[in-house]
Design a protein around this ligand. Structure first.
Ligand code: BGC
Length: 747
């Protein structure tokens, strides 16, 4: 930092101290410091703090460039910037802020969704690990790498529950379940924020998109959401609550309207729930342009009304819509927006700037040496590789085709992804010029893994979106010369993500045709599917002996894939979302209600709740995933058949590794409340435990339930439990379970 700038900061701090002389400087709380600064600010400067612009390096939404941003920073009219990348650029803009009258530091925000320099598996893939500690570590590494490069704030975690795989943003979340989603939300918030805000390896988390964005009608991004408040509270809000409880510094509202009120202008969500019931003390930011977009929603007439609605509803910072900066001054002067609302919003923003230590040193996060050390820490790559291994789901493995032997004579590596490098990174990843050398393609990972006696053959077969079968003949010829074929297909990284909704979620282009052609050679085929969402690949699921779901696994994808293919890692991941048989089943989720006419089985279609042309259940259920070994479950034993509030019940099963390979099982506990004052889901995940068993080994696994675990929202939105009969299910996925009944008595 230059001396002039240091002097500037010091002057501001002295000034703050002088304003409240009764409080000894060293004992001043952040709240007092914030008030001191607020006291010095003009209305324009206050509004400036509520204004966020995109930088000039990357854009993650429609650019609305208007006026000289840099000049506005110098005028104190910008509180935060997003998408300003790296030490050099953040320093450059922070220096501009240090030329403003009060030298209030800028906050730099960015979408660090699954890693920064080191790309981790996409969040949905990480969710498949069900390994909460590992997910927390992944966020920790991302925070370290980002914080060293000048980033203060990540727009993550995305904690939107999603039941519709057509929605491209399922890749960013933790899937369909509120229980799993809440644990992951907490782990990610804690991971990003580290021990405490203000440490130079911690970034502020931002729980988004508040709320119910994942329920966009028809899976079309930005679309309306229409849902009962019970569903909102029971399914969509819990991960947000978990993020708030974990201390998330900020929340982002969302693009969608919720039951007719845009989330950005939604007072019920932001003031009543978030700040009121949940006592959230951080600040809220709009989504990109979402304040102004309330005009297109037909909720407000112009930017004046938009800003007024958003501020009144509790949206503190305007990302890129320029509504606040253009209108709030007039709105306050005309008495349409009380100054107290502005002061409160600015207080919350300044509080975070103080907590981050930016008033002490606005440049403390820009550090070339730290960035170089963090960015080149080989441990980060190792942790990413472990995370990627844990994220790969084994969907099928007939006759133990996998793992492959490292001394297989000839392996044909085929498909548009097998040699791809950047395609493994997925949406929301960053490109660094020198990064390609760090990214391990499946080809490279496999090459490193096999011994010198193995010959690897290659053919692309087709491009991702090809309609041409011109490459099939070569691929078939290559396959015919091999002992085994590994075929890597899937979605391009820009096919799932923001604004990437798809009405059909099949394997794109002629890729499934390629699989058919290769399968017809009679060679053993392993298919690996890269994607950001559950895809539909029924023919492959029915005919190909081995399938691995490899998502987008990040920088170390190829190493992790090779570890799994050749058995150095025994797959342990479990699906965090149901995989439909066809788009017509969507939305599809395991925790649905029973109807009055439930179908008994797949053949039962007459006057029951069923499709006449396909089963109700998914192709692969929630919680499903295979291992190279097998696990068997004993019958469940209960500590008691009935209990009452204040007491508990313990359910125990013995899980045995009944195969010949050591491996990890995720033992899952589900519960059904058989009769309720409102109907209850057929199953709800209430707990899980990951155990590692050596071949032949057994272990007892116990889950303890209290009345508290059986709470739900009744029709008055009271969070209650009701005495009565329940069923409890334990198994390795949501479908294959053992069950037992129990009773919750009155007190
Ligand atoms: C997305 C947010 C993101 C923001 C900034 C928006 O379009 O919906 O999730 O944080 O852009 O990049």
């Amino acid at each position: 930092m230059s001396n002039a700038l240091k002097t500037g900061c010091f002057a501001l701090l002295c000034c703050c101290s002088l304003l409240s002389l009764r409080v000894p400087a060293q004992k001043k709380t952040i709240a007092q410091k914030v008030d001191s600064v607020l006291h010095l600010m003009t209305l324009e400067e206050k509004i400036g703090q509520m204004n966020q612009y995109n930088g000039d390096w990357a854009a993650t939404g429609p650019i609305t460039s208007d006026g000289d941003k840099q000049d506005q920073i110098r005028q104190g009219q910008v509180g935060s910037m997003l998408n300003v990348t790296g030490v050099e650029h953040t320093r450059q803009l922070q220096e501009m802020a240090m030329h403003s009258r009060l030298k209030i530091p800028l906050l730099f925000g960015q979408d660090i969704i699954h890693g920064y320099r080191t790309t981790f598996p996409i969040p949905l893939a990480e969710a498949a690990s069900w390994d909460i500690a590992a997910i927390g570590s992944s966020a920790r590494i991302a925070a370290k790498e980002a914080a060293a490069a000048g980033v203060h704030w990540t727009f993550a975690p995305m904690v939107d529950i999603a039941r519709d795989p057509r929605w491209g943003r399922v890749m960013e979340g933790a899937g369909e379940d509120p229980y799993l989603g809440s644990l992951i939300a907490k782990a990610r918030v804690k991971g990003f924020q580290g021990k405490k805000l203000g440490d130079t390896d911690a970034v502020m988390a931002c729980a988004k998109h508040f709320a119910a964005y994942g329920a966009a009608i028809g899976g079309r991004d930005y679309n309306s959401v229409d849902m009962s408040l019970r569903t909102l509270w029971e399914i969509y809000l819990p991960p947000f609550k978990a993020a708030a409880d974990a201390g998330a510094a900020t929340f982002m509202n969302s693009f969608n309207d919720l039951n007719g009120i845009p989330a950005t202008g939604n007072r019920y969500l932001q003031r009543e729930i978030l700040r009121g019931k949940w006592k959230f003390k951080g600040f809220t930011v709009s989504d990109w342009g979402s304040v102004g977009e309330m005009i297109a929603h037909g909720y407000v007439k112009d930017k004046y009304e938009a800003a007024r609605a958003a501020v009144t509803a509790g949206c503190d910072m305007d990302m890129e819509s320029r509504s606040y900066i253009k209108t709030l001054r007039t709105l306050v002067k005309e008495g349409k927006v009380p100054l107290t609302l502005i002061d409160d919003a600015v207080r919350r923003i300044l509080t975070k700037k103080f907590e981050m230590g930016l008033f002490d040193d606005p440049f403390r996060f820009c550090n070339e040496e730290r960035a170089a050390a963090e960015w080149n820490d080989p441990d980060n790559l190792q942790i990413a590789r472990r995370m990627a291994e844990k994220s790969i789901v084994l969907l099928k493995n007939e006759n133990g085709l996998l793992p492959l032997s490292k001394s297989t004579r000839t392996i044909a590596l085929i498909g548009p992804f097998i040699r791809s490098v950047r395609a493994n990174l997925g949406f929301w990843s960053y490109e660094y010029p020198d990064d390609s050398s760090r990214i391990v393609s499946p080809w490279a990972g496999i090459q490193k893994k096999v011994g010198g006696n193995t010959t690897l053959l290659y053919a692309k077969g087709c491009e991702i979106l090809d309609t041409s079968r011109a490459g099939f003949a070569e691929a078939v010829a290559v396959a015919s010369r091999a002992d085994v074929v590994v075929l890597n297909v899937g979605e391009a990284p820009d096919m799932s993500g923001e604004a990437k909704s798809r009405s059909t979620i099949r394997l794109p282009g002629v890729q499934e045709e390629l699989i058919k052609a290769i399968q017809a050679t009679g060679k053993p085929v392993v298919v690996m599917i890269n994607a950001g969402r559950p895809l539909i690949f029924n023919w492959t699921a029915d005919h190909v002996p081995a399938i691995l779901y490899t998502w987008w696994l990040g920088t170390t994808a190829g190493d992790a894939i090779a570890d799994v293919l050749f058995g150095d890692y025994n797959p342990s991941a479990r699906l965090p979302m149901s995989f439909p048989r066809t788009e017509g089943q969507i939305p599809i989720y395991y925790n649905h209600f029973s109807t009055g006419r439930p179908a008994k089985n797949d053949q039962d279609v007459n006057y029951v709740s069923a499709y006449t042309d396909l089963p109700n259940d998914p192709e692969f259920p929630f919680g499903f995933g295979l291992s190279y070994t097998s696990f068997s479950y004993s019958d469940i034993s209960l500590s008691t058949a009935a209990f009452k509030p204040g007491q508990s019940l313990t359910a125990t099963v013995t899980v045995t590794n009944s195969g010949t390979t050591d491996g990890q099982e995720t033992v899952q506990l589900y519960v059904r409340d058989l009769v309720g004052s409102v109907v209850r889901p057929v199953k709800e995940l209430k707990g899980f435990e990951q155990i590692f068993l050596k071949a032949g080994e057994s272990q007892k696994v116990s889950f303890t339930l209290h009345a508290e675990d059986l709470r739900f929202y009744n029709d008055k939105l009271e969070y209650i439990f009701e005495p009565g009969e329940f069923r409890l299910y334990i198994g390795g996925n949501s479908k294959d379970v053992k069950e037992k009944g129990f009773i919750l008595n009155r007190e």
